[in-house]
Each structure stands twice: as C-alpha cells, then as structure tokens.
Ligand binder design. Structure first.
Ligand SMILES: *Cc1c(COP(=O)(O)O)cnc(C)c1O
Length: 421
C-alpha cells in the first residue's frame, strides 16, 4: 500500500489542500485511537468532552466571537458547511414563515429560498442545498472580481434581482480562502449586506482560517467575527492528520434549532449539568479530534504554528515571481494564501491548445511519478495549480517541478502531433 501511496511530505506533492501532518498531532492521533473516547455523551468521554469545550472556547476567541459563541468539532469543511446551512434554513423558516422545520419539515414557500455564494465558492454549498431539500438550484452564484473575490456590487444586483422575482435569499456564504485561488471575499462588506437584508452570514474559512493565527496576516480576515457561523479545517493549514475540522456559531443558542435528546445519551436534566454535545453535531458516535490541535498548540504554541503558515505564504510569493519571470509559463493569480494557479505556455502555443496541453501535462506528471500537481479551469481553460502547504518545501524544489513540466512537455509534443508547435 505504501509503495502506491502519494507521499504527502514530498515537495512535489503540491496539488491539493492535503497537508503533511505534524508529529505532535500524530502522537495525539495514537492516543485518540487507543483511548477511543466518544464525544456523544459525557459518560463516554468525561475529560475529552471538557477538552473539546475548551478548544471550542479558544477557537471562538481566536476568531473574535464574544462569550455567546459555541461550536463543535466536525469531520471537515463539508460537514461544517452543511451544518451552517442546516441551521440557517431552520432559522429563516422560523423567522420568516413561523415554521419549525425540525418538527414539521420544509415550509410551503421553501421553493423560493435561495443561498448566495461566489462563483469561486466550494461545491459543498450546492451539495448542502441538495441534502437540505432545497435543491442545488437554490444556490445563486455571484460574480467575482479580477482577484476571484465576490464583488459586493454584483451581490447587491443579485439580491435586487431575486427580490424582484419574489425569491427569498436567506443565507450568504463568504469564502475565506477559495479552494482554487486562495482568494478571500471582502467579509466586512458581505457582513453589511447580510445585516441589511436579514441573511444568515456563514464564512467558509476551511482553508484561510489559519490566517487568524498570524499577526501579520489576520487582517485579511477582517469581518469574520461578524459571521453567524464559520467553518475551519485543521487538516489543511493547521497540519493535522485527517480528519479534523470545526463548526462555530456566534450565538450558541442557535443550536436549539437542531436540538435532540435521547434518553440513553443525554436525558433532560442531565447529570450535574454535564455538557450535551450530541445535540450540536450531525454525528452520534464522534471522534476526539479536538485533542490533535490541543496537543499541537501546547507543543508549538500559536506563534510556532503561525510561523509555519507564514513561511508557506512567502514561498507562494516566491513561486509566483518565478512563474511571472519564466517566458514559458503564465501566472494566473497573485496569491493571497499559498495557492498558485498557472499554465505552461511556451511560445507558439495558442489559446486553442493551451488547455489540452496543460491537462495532458498534469496527467503525465502523475503517471510518471514526477509530482502531484493540481488542475482547475480558469475561464474555460485548463490550468495547473500548486497548493504549497508544506513549510519544508523550498523554491528550488518547486523549480524542479517546473523543470519536470518542461521535460514532460517535450515527450508529449513528440507523442501527440496535435500539440506540436
Ligand atoms: C476543503 C474545503 C472544503 C471541504 O472540506 P473537507 O474538509 O474536505 O470536508 C470546503 N470549503 C473549502 C473552501 C475548502 O477548501
């Protein structure tokens, strides 16, 4: 199995938001498995329950939530985004239509309910809408600006258009770190719109949430503290083994919208006021993933973790410069985080062939074990992507991958006459 696995710490494994895990977190992972605590009731996880509570409190502080904040650990951004839109749907149906969705199902007007996010948002907004009985067509995407951030003027126009057609926008999803470009929506402007129009404001910070650690970069998340809810993943830029994420809400009472009690887990009037975590999660049996970031923070400190993140942002800037200076490469984005999108485009390769060439290159690099490089479409053209999460990767390592791209391009051009210049 190992022989045919991707080597996540390898400097040429730079496709996805897929990190090499930290050693302290691996030690914690062993303790999690060996002690096998389950967070669905206090009598299955007495200490673990309190450690998770404490981690959630510290995370609420990290993102600027007040004392009313609350949250729960999740399997990752998918589950966190789903929970956000689940709460948002139930909240809106109660406020707008007086409908208790948990008990009575969707309101008659559910067909008019709409979720707003940018064109560059993660697919889980649509997936959640589908799961929530609203259908994925309930998601309306708002155009982005040249830096792949939601355009607030376009958002205003989209909301006005929806109102005109008697649709009911109820949730606005901002992204702090889009999966393809690492771009961050203007969160403060989005929060203003959410206030003005009575929308639930969710921030998907699965990727970019780690910037909150860094005094130098946290300003980029300004406005995140105004979100009704947010998603943050630790198995990306916090270097934790999979799985590890959190879902946070600014007003913890909102969990009442999905409250549940099972006599065998959390009887009403639970013992000695023990926390009732099963009600906050869409899972029942649940891993003690909170121990991993807990041990990591205790070992490296917030500063130590921030330094790792900062070094990868510096690397991304250096790699962007390298690409911008190379005559045979084309840089697509100016990196905000550590995602760098680009194309291999030697002289003479026109618009018609560049997409096919880059798609073939990515496949050839993977097949030959040269590297795992990402792929995305930009304005309909296949492009390549580096997601530079590894703090040990150097600009020389990345230059080697670019050389591998050039070498593969030669063999592809020989094999495929249609790609020959
Ligand atoms: C990775 C990612 C997700 C999905 O999170 P998982 O942890 O893979 O479930 C959602 N949104 C964004 C922006 C992401 O980068």
């Amino acid at each position: 199995m190992l022989a045919d696995s991707v080597g996540v710490p390898d400097p040429s494994c730079i496709a996805h938001l897929h990190c090499p895990p930290l050693v302290p977190a691996l030690a914690a992972e062993t303790a999690i498995a060996a002690t096998n605590q389950s967070l669905d009731s206090w009598d299955q996880s007495p200490a673990a329950t309190h450690v998770e509570r404490r981690m959630v409190d510290r995370l609420c502080e990290l993102f600027g939530y007040g004392p009313g904040g609350d949250g729960v650990f999740t399997s990752g951004g998918t589950q966190s985004n789903f929970q956000a839109l689940l709460l948002a749907r139930n909240w809106f149906a109660r406020e707008r239509f007086g409908r208790r969705v948990k008990e009575s199902g969707l309101p008659h007007k559910s067909k008019s309910m709409r979720i707003l996010c940018s064109e560059a948002a993660h697919f889980t907004a649509e997936q959640s809408a589908a799961h929530l009985g609203l259908g994925e067509n309930a998601v309306v995407t708002v155009p982005t600006d040249d830096d792949y951030r939601m355009d607030p003027d376009a958002l205003d126009a989209t909301i006005a258009d929806l109102r005109e057609r008697e649709r009911e926008p109820f949730a606005l999803v901002g992204t702090a770190g889009t999966t393809d470009f690492g771009s961050i929506d203007p969160l403060d402007s989005l929060a203003d719109r959410a206030d003005e129009h009575g929308l639930w404001f969710h921030v998907d910070a699965a990727y970019g949430g780690a910037l909150a650690l860094s005094p130098a970069h946290r300003e980029k998340l300004a406005g995140i503290e105004r979100a009704d809810s947010l998603a943050v993943d630790f198995h990306k830029l916090f270097y934790q083994p999979i799985s590890c994420g959190a879902f946070l809400v600014r007003d913890g009472d909102r969990f009442d919208l999905i409250r549940r009690s099972a006599t065998y887990l959390n009887p009403e009037e639970a013992d000695l006021g023990a926390p009732n975590l099963v009600s906050k999660s869409v899972q029942t049996t649940r891993r003690f993933d909170a121990l991993k970031p807990y041990v990591t923070f205790r070992t490296l400190g917030r500063e130590g973790l921030a330094e790792l993140v900062e070094s990868t942002l510096e690397l991304a800037d250096e790699v962007a410069d390298l690409l911008a200076d190379a005559p045979d490469f084309e840089l697509v984005n100016d990196p905000t985080l550590n995602a760098v999108v680009f194309r291999y485009r030697p002289e003479g390769v026109g618009d018609d062939r560049v997409g096919r060439l880059n798609a073939a290159l990515r496949a050839a690099l993977l097949r030959n074990g040269d590297g795992v490089v990402g792929r995305t479409e930009v304005d309909g053209t296949t492009s390549l992507k580096f997601t530079l999460l590894n703090p040990k990767t150097t600009v020389e390592d990345v230059a080697d991958v670019l050389d591998a791209v050039r070498n593969r391009a030669r063999t592809i051009a020989v094999a495929d006459r249609t790609l020959r210049r």
